[in-house]
Design a protein around this ligand. Sequence first.
Ligand SMILES: [Zn+2]
Length: 467
Amino acid sequence: MHFLKIAISIAAINILTACQTPPESGQDEQVAANLMQQAKDSTLAFEIVESLTVEVGPRMAGSPEDVKAVNWAMDKLQQLGFNRIYKEPVQVPVWHRGEAKAQVISPYPQNLVITALGGSVATPTQGITAEIVRFDSLAQLKQANPDLISNKIVFIDHATEKSIDGHGYGETVAGRSKGAIEAAKKGAVAVLIRSIGTDHDRMAHTGMMRYSDNVEKIPAAALSIPDANQLNLMLKRSPSINVKLEMSPSTLSDATSYNVIAEVTGSSLADEIVLIGAHLDSWDQGTGAIDDGAGVAIVTAAAKLILDLPQPPKRTIRVVLYAAEEIGLVGGKAYAKAHQHELAKHYIAAESDFGAGKIYQIDVNVAEVAFKPTQQWLSPMTENNIVLGNNQANGGPDVSMLPKQGVPVASLRQDGTDYFDYHHTPNDTLDKIAPKALAQNVAAYAQFAYLMAQSEINLRPIQPETK
Ligand SMILES: [Zn+2]
């Protein structure tokens, strides 16, 4: 181990000499190492997420609690002493969950646990009673004969695989977002999905769904995973399972929310920005601890450590707490629009929005020629058990639209093995956050943000999107 470290240090010194990098660059690494250690010893991030989840709790975009969350964030950032604190208005659609009940009417009468998907319309007050028709996936539904579906409740039964990087979610989430459109096209009266989750709790996972203007809007809900299993066992015994669905969600008029922003003002390159973000809104069922109170705490605490350095960083560190991510990246899109004029000055951006598990890898999305130098510059992060990954980062949901506009991004990838056990359920609560793992995240963001603020690498132009 030691021999390797010495070899790397000598190589690094040779490269630094060859590039005639100013002598401070060694100091930058030292400052980054100190930040990592301070972050690991600090409980600030946990205090922040505890404060948000206890004093505000659930905070659906556009709700009175969302207003409270914005005020909470302004106060908290003020108390922490950031150099510049401001908020920018964002118009957000407002949806209220109401009640959701489901029961098997025949042949095995019993209740099922469901929850409405975000944005769903209500059933008529007398409910909808219809036969279930099951599909393995959205893809199978798309290929099905409409005669099988007309006047039935479509059941999309696509199980989500547990994985460290959450790729299982990527494979099943389209059933949630587009299931109602595809089912309604074929004459279905409602859609029920197996929750996009990896737990076995009797709780359903909500999440956003969409309608299409030209297709009838039918109610959409998620079944808890044990209830989806129960329906399968019933279907094995009887081809005809009849379910009654009663749901009362409602869409209210649009409201104003805010992206809340705080800065550590840079010194020699103050007009250039290193953006670290998270989203302030949450779903209503839990207290929004892992999604995304953790992210709010991680980026805020990381920036605070940099704020407290004796010397300010060269570039400005900008913390953005986005509005209304859950209902369609509304705050992220609004930020990109409002800051169009200065996107060219965004050196790099990253969002923390994958829970509170440890970071195991950092991916970036920079010019191909800048990739290796960037990895080398970020190599002190390996001391925090982080692997230097690939050049295909998307940066996180609220910054995912920035690479198309030329902004380099990074993804600090968290261990998401348990994330989809709790995601968008009543179980998203503070006790799911391990303080040590949270502090490791803060250490990673502090190192990342500081090193990027000091970097002399030209990260642009980035490669055009390949997706
Ligand atoms: Zn989130």
